[in-house]
Design a protein around this ligand. Structure first.
Ligand code: ADP
Ligand code: MG
Length: 296
């Protein structure tokens, strides 16, 4: 019995040794092992796993982004971590996944700020914002249910506070004056509709009827005739007819927005884009906000 076990062990060790020698022929294997600075014994114990890592890293080398990830767990590499001279293999996010996770985290923080901000939180140290701050203060004071009030088309540089300032106003009106308000990030609204058509009717009814609507980041979407005419056009038309307060933010000014909205291949697009712009003008006052990026 004893002899047989020793015999098996020797055979196993020979196999491991030859598998190790075979693996060393691969430059990438050699480099990774030398970087890890581990003993021969630890290397031998982990040959298969190290080879799995090498295979995944080879897939990563050719990869262009998360969408085309060819690894076992999307966005992750099976990678060794050294702890007390031992290897521990864990799924580690690749550079694309890391970027994605960081952006998601920033988005969550941002959404949390925008959900909870109120007028008292607005800092007044940026003089470029003063005109907008005065405008929102006046809107707040003047607001009462059923009063017909124009909204604002607030356009200007990235991070200047457009979404933030208007969110403070809408949150405050919702809290203190019982206004039914809604903020939609326009590119995402179109994406959600495309992913689930059953959402369209119900959500559109709501967006048409809500007391105050903020259409955030108009112009950041990819223009399609459907998004422009059926979604945006319909919402604006309805709100115009029923004189409902509508706010819009954009990184584009009104002329740039008009060009943007006519940028499909259809001949009639200029006319249709103009029609949307007329609705924007009728619903809103035009205010420009160019300032430093407050996000940094
Ligand atoms: P934009 O919509 O113009 O791209 P944001 O409204 O998202 O920019 O502003 C970016 C961030 O800057 C906001 O989330 C907020 O944290 C901060 N910010 C901007 N203006 C103010 C302000 N007056 N008081 C407090 N925070 C502000
Ligand atoms: Mg914004």
């Amino acid at each position: 019995m004893e002899k047989l076990r020793i015999g098996n062990m020797e055979e196993l060790e020979k196999k491991l040794e030859s598998s190790l020698n075979e693996s060393y022929k691969d430059e990438e294997f050699k480099n990774l092992v030398s970087k890890l600075k581990i003993s021969k014994e630890e290397t031998m114990k982990n040959v298969t796993k190290i080879n799995d890592t090498i295979e995944e890293l080879k897939v990563c080398k050719k990869c262009k982004g998360l969408y085309s990830c060819g690894n076992k767990v999307k966005g992750y590499v099976y990678f060794p971590e050294k702890r007390n001279d031992r290897l521990n293999f864990i799924y580690t996010p690749c550079k694309y996944k890391k970027k994605f996770l960081k952006e998601e985290e920033e988005k969550n923080i941002e959404e949390n700020i925008l959900d909870h901000c109120r007028m008292k939180d607005v800092k007044v140290d940026d003089k470029n914002q003063l005109k907008v701050i005065k405008w929102i203060k006046n809107y707040y004071d003047e607001y009462s249910p059923n009063k017909k009030m124009k909204g604002v088309f607030l356009h200007g540089s990235f991070g200047s506070g457009k979404t933030y300032l208007l969110s403070c106003l809408l949150n405050e009106l919702s809290d203190k004056k019982d206004a039914l308000t809604e903020i939609v990030y326009f590119p995402e609204l179109l994406r959600d509709f495309k992913n689930d058509f059953s959402l369209v009717d119900r959500k559109m009814e709501y967006l048409k009827r809500v007391d105050i609507l903020l259409i955030d980041d108009l112009g950041a979407e990819t223009v399609t005739e459907w998004g422009r005419d059926e979604i945006l056009g319909t919402i604006l038309q309805y709100r115009m007819n029923s004189l409902k307060s509508t706010f819009i933010t954009s990184n584009l000014n009104i002329n740039e927005l008009q060009n943007h909205l006519s940028s499909t291949k259809n001949m009639e697009d200029e006319v249709k884009s103009k029609r949307i712009i007329e609705r924007v003008k009728s619903l809103t006052e035009d205010i420009e906000l160019i300032s430093s990026n407050h996000r940094i």
